[in-house]
Design a protein. Sequence first.
Length: 114
Amino acid sequence: MMNYKGYVGHVEYDDEAELFHGEVINTRDVITFQGDTAKQIKKAFIDSVEDYLEFCASRGEEPEKPYSGRFNLRLTPDLHRKASIAAAIEHKSLNTWIVDKVANAAENTLHDTK
């Protein structure tokens, strides 16, 4: 994965086309890029992010920020109760408990994809 100005690029290799292609994965707007070499794909990623930012500026629009740090979570009442009890047992707020669990799951998932 690549990171530039908070935008995260995910790259895959197309063996048939012998080409790297990538996409910014932490925004709803579609930002793609491609290249033949690692150096080219990195430059294409940076150029695509810059093009996106320039395009937004030319239209007088705010570019989509990668993430605000907030999201709504919908749980069943029973799961909400269980999570609250689990958090209390660990002497944590429900928010802190959920953040810890999500962080652990995300690290494990990202580690497994390397």
